[in-house]
Design a protein around this ligand. Structure first.
Ligand code: CS2
Length: 442
């Protein structure tokens, strides 16, 4: 079958194609981590501005394997976003990704970051990418150093991952890395005056692409697309408008402070997602939508949000909380996406502290009993003990900690040691009660 490429664009029918000639676009953004999420989120927002401003093309670097490059390079970087679920639009071919390279190809992203035409570096490297031993920050710092030496001017670095204060967090990691370098002080001075780290909140559910999705793309397009991604119709991006060298005119929400949006998204959407992933998987559900068909789990999700998470939030003025919660539950329940519980359950050791433990601490400090939060963490504990091999950067440590558990305490206590502290005796008691019940029900 013919492959998607610039040459076949004019022959495609019933498909949205770029409103510009991809060959006429120059690179203004370097992106680290060209996974499905980037391709269905930031690249789509950028695609929409390129007809009016062709200077914001994306140069993408994969962070681990070069598989995405191998799939996109023969297609001139083009790929399709297939929307699934209520309100889905037609297949959409995106042309924003103008270059795609493996992590260390041509010396890695440093030379590109040092190009004066580049004014923005964006990242989607997941929670794992911000671990102190992860290569991402080193690559970014090398790029910023190359840019300073080249006198290429100010630049912004925009983290698009699900972390609290993602901009400030990344700035802190960059500063730590600079402090460990021989010439780091000069570099840090330059970064302080020339590099902005705005925060942002990203939202779109993008499951891992399956062979069946690629087959669906081929039949929709009439040509093969090895880079297609599947996404829900919903998409949202709230961005702190604090850039150092301009930015694309994305159809996003720009605001002075993203913190209230970020807490709502992490503590309502992502936390409930994790709750459903672990409780759903333990109940034998393969997908989040299947878990939502179980009335007890759907009610758990609703009560977790309402009773535990919402009281901890300070919402932006005029924020429609009821609508936000309903939309989340509706998105999770849409059976068209096939988002796997195992995918959301991955990397729990990094996700739980961000999504659930803040809510636990805030509620316990207020004298409340965050039962549903405890259920989510207990379900993770039972999942860790019973679903080997785990997909988690500390899988080995988790397996060793839970090997040979025989009682709730022998499961809960070693795992509590591996999480940031929630220093309230009631917390451990709740976890013991929930794990006892979950182990009994298995
Ligand atoms: C999910 C997120 O995989 C996960 O952990 O909770 O990827 C979620 O789908 C997105 O944040 C939605 O915006």
């Amino acid at each position: 079958m013919t492959r998607l490429s610039r040459a076949v664009l004019p022959t495609l029918r019933g498909v949205r194609i770029p409103a510009y000639d991809p060959a006429g676009i120059t690179v203004g953004i370097v992106h680290l981590g060209v996974g499905a999420f980037h391709r269905a989120h930031q690249a789509v927002y950028t695609d929409a501005v390129l007809a009016a401003d062709p200077t914001w093309g994306i140069s993408g670097y994969t962070q681990r394997s070069a598989a995405v490059r191998d799939r996109l390079a023969p297609q001139d970087g083009l790929y399709t976003v297939l929307e699934r679920g209520a309100g889905a639009g037609p297949p959409h071919v995106v042309g924003a990704l103008r270059e795609i390279r493996g992590p260390e190809e041509d010396g890695g992203p440093a030379a590109r970051i040092a190009d004066p035409r580049v004014r923005l570096v964006t990242l989607t490297v997941t929670e794992k990418g911000y671990r102190p031993d992860a290569p991402t920050v080193g690559r970014l710092v090398a790029g910023l150093d190359a840019r300073r030496r080249a006198d290429a001017g100010p630049v912004s670095v925009l983290s698009c991952d699900n972390l609290p204060a993602n901009g400030a967090t990344l700035r802190g990691l960059v500063a730590d890395r600079c402090a460990a370098l021989p010439d780091g002080e000069r570099l840090l001075d330059w970064i302080t005056t020339s590099v902005a780290f705005p925060s942002c909140v990203v939202d779109r559910i993008v499951p891992a692409t399956t062979p069946a999705d690629l087959a669906a793309a081929a039949s929709a397009l009439g040509v093969a697309d090895e880079g297609a991604v599947v996404a829900e119709p919903f998409t949202q991006w709230v961005i702190e408008d604090a850039f150092a060298a301009g930015r694309p005119d994305w159809a996003a929400t720009f605001t002075a402070d993203v913190a209230p949006y970020e807490a709502a998204k992490l503590r309502l959407l992502n936390a409930t997602h994790s709750l459903l992933a672990y409780t759903g998987a333990l109940a034998g559900h393969d997908t989040i939508a299947a878990a939502m068909t179980d009335p007890a789990l759907a009610e758990t999700a609703y009560r977790f949000m309402t009773e535990d998470a919402v009281p901890t939030l300070t919402l932006p003025p005029g924020f429609d909380l009821g609508g936000y919660q309903d939309t989340i539950l509706r998105r999770f329940a849409d059976p068209a996406l096939g988002h796997r519980t195992a995918q959301v359950a991955a990397d729990g050791s990094l996700k739980l502290p961000i999504r659930l433990l803040g809510t636990a601490r805030d509620r316990l400090a207020a004298g409340a009993t965050p039962q549903w939060t405890a259920l989510a963490v207990a379900a993770w504990m039972v999942y860790v003990a019973t679903r080997q091999p785990l997909d988690d950067p500390i899988a080995g440590t988790l397996a060793a900690a839970t090997a040979g558990y025989s009682t709730p305490a022998s499961l809960v206590d070693p795992l509590l040691e591996l999480l940031p502290p929630v220093p309230y005796p009631a917390w451990r008691d709740m976890l013991l009660a929930h794990t006892a019940r979950l182990l009994h029900d298995r």
